[in-house]
Design a binder for this molecule. Structure first.
Ligand code: ADP
Length: 486
């Protein structure tokens, strides 16, 4: 049962042009609680015409929106931010029931998501250009930054709130209009954000939300339509590659936050307790379903036993269950299929010589639950090493030299986050500079913040979200060459 202080935050329609609309009369989306399998409610499913209309409305709205002052846009974003904070308890409950993460984590996500709106409300006012010293005395050269135009955002189920605000806030701050297509698995947080955007006074057409049973069809329209100038996507590498190809015909600018395969490296001089604390935070947040979760633990052989023993002990303290219960620290996976996929990777490792130190078999709690699992004696040919696990499984592999650790860490096409634990500051610099990742946590397992750039290299994608760089993805630089000066 979902109890809300403000029941109007539970929306079941699409939000287009500042109106709530019904979508396809023949179809709807059943939103289920992953902890219980019980349906929370049904949500409307967009037709292709709804998507086209949302794009046309965004294009109409753009002309007025881009002409507003940065201060005006900042005020509206701040209104939105304050409404989110005022309604945080309801937004937290909605997020936990549709996504499964424990209440404390859901609340942290709402705060984290809101922090991007606050940050970009401030950054809107700092969209500076340059004056460039010219080679000719008759010229003055300058640049201005302008909004790129209509933006489409496609977001995943693992952060149903924050992945939207991370894209919508910089887009709106820059003067773009945006259409968000959240995951059909977790649409309720997106629709609650839309309700609050409406209350905040964000004008019609500037922020719309479309959802549908057929994400491919919606994605095709968002990528094919020439009115859309930019696509920002967070999700799997597989779908990201499809979307990049689809954007090629209209040469859209793309930002991609794709899968990771984060190495977590513990050197012989690491503070082991600090490393264990970081490992728990990085590995088990959202039951291992984040793209920056530690995916492979590389531990120096001289501290392998000490680290592993303490890590197992600390992991045993996690309480798995329905995230709505206060004592729970790890929730379900998103679907039973996800559990089967994670279990297949664990089984493959065990059959090929890995030892299961903790967990390792599906839980009695229900089809969507998989217990925190730790594997030792892992080798680089195992799926848990090569693939993103997206579940609460920690594979541990030993190394003897720094060079070996570096080669293992970089032996993947993914390049999002990495973590290293050492007290040697020369090594920190040397190693961090050679790691092929967009983000390096140094003696720190929690790296996400709105003030720093989040993003990957290699096949983990491109673009950066948050920080002073975060608006670059939503702006074009225009160069003005003024000549004929005497
Ligand atoms: P995840 O494993 O996180 O679900 P996906 O990449 O499958 O990752 O999904 C992320 C987002 O992409 C979701 O909103 C989903 O509906 C959407 N999506 C999935 N397939 C497509 C597609 N072919 N075209 C457009 N969007 C898609």
């Amino acid at each position: 049962m979902l109890y809300l202080n403000d029941p109007l935050l539970l929306k079941q329609q699409l939000f287009i042009n500042r109106k709530w609309v019904d979508g396809d009369s023949e179809k709807s989306i059943s939103v289920q609680n992953p902890a219980t399998g019980i349906e929370i409610c049904k949500v409307a499913s967009a037709t292709k015409e709804d998507v086209v209309f949302s794009i046309e409305c965004a294009q109409d709205a753009l002309q007025t929106w881009r002409a507003t002052t940065a201060k005006q846009r900042a005020e509206l974003l701040k209104n939105w931010y304050h409404l989110i904070i005022e309604n945080i308890d309801d937004l937290t409950s909605i997020l936990t029931v549709e996504q499964g993460k424990p209440l404390a984590e859901a609340k942290a996500e709402i705060l984290y998501g809101a922090s991007y709106i606050e940050w970009f409300a401030e950054e809107a006012k700092r969209m500076y250009g340059d004056i460039i010293p010219s080679n000719k005395s008759s010229q003055r050269l300058l640049t201005i930054k302008q909004p790129i135009g209509v933006v489409a955002a496609i977001t995943p189920w693992n952060f149903p709130n924050a992945m939207i605000t991370r894209k919508a806030a910089p887009a709106l701050a820059a003067g773009c209009s945006i259409i968000v297509k959240p995951s059909e698995t977790t649409p309720l947080s997106a629709l609650a954000l839309a309700e609050l955007a409406q209350r905040a006074g964000i004008p019609k057409g500037v922020f719309s939300v479309v959802i549908g049973v057929d994400s491919k069809e919606i994605g095709k329209e968002l990528t094919d339509n020439p009115l859309v100038k930019k696509l920002s996507f967070t999700g799997s590498t597989k779908v990201g590659k499809i979307l990049i190809k689809q954007c090629a015909d209209t040469v859209k600018k793309v930002s991609m936050e794709l899968g990771g395969n984060a190495p977590f490296i513990v050197f012989e001089d690491a503070d082991i307790d600090q490393a264990v604390k970081g490992a728990i935070a990085s590995k088990f947040r959202n039951a291992g379903q984040t793209c920056v979760c530690a995916n492979r633990f590389l531990v120096h052989s001289s501290v392998y036993q000490a680290f592993t023993t303490k890590f197992v002990e600390a992991t045993k303290k996690l309480v798995m269950g329905n995230g709505i219960e206060a004592k729970v620290s790890i929730g379900p996976l998103i679907t039973a299929a996800a559990v089967q996929d994670v279990h297949a990777k664990v089984t493959y490792a065990a059959e090929n010589g890995a030892k299961i130190l903790l967990g390792g078999s599906p839980s009695q709690l229900g089809a969507n639950f998989y217990p925190p699992t730790i594997l030792s004696d892992v080798t680089p040919d195992m799926r848990v090493f090569k693939e993103e696990i997206f579940g609460p499984v920690a594979p541990i592999i030993a190394f003897d030299t720094e060079q070996q650790a570096l080669e293992l860490a970089n032996a993947t096409e993914a390049g999002l986050a990495s973590y290293l634990y050492t007290q040697n500051y020369s090594r920190i610099w040397r190693f961090s500079e050679r790691l092929e990742n967009g983000i390096v946590g140094i003696n720190e397992g929690v790296i996400s913040t709105e003030v720093a750039p989040f993003g990957g290299i290699k096949q983990s994608g491109n673009g950066r979200e948050g920080s002073k760089y975060g608006m670059d993805d939503y702006t074009e630089i225009k160069y003005l060459c003024m000549g004929g000066l005497v």
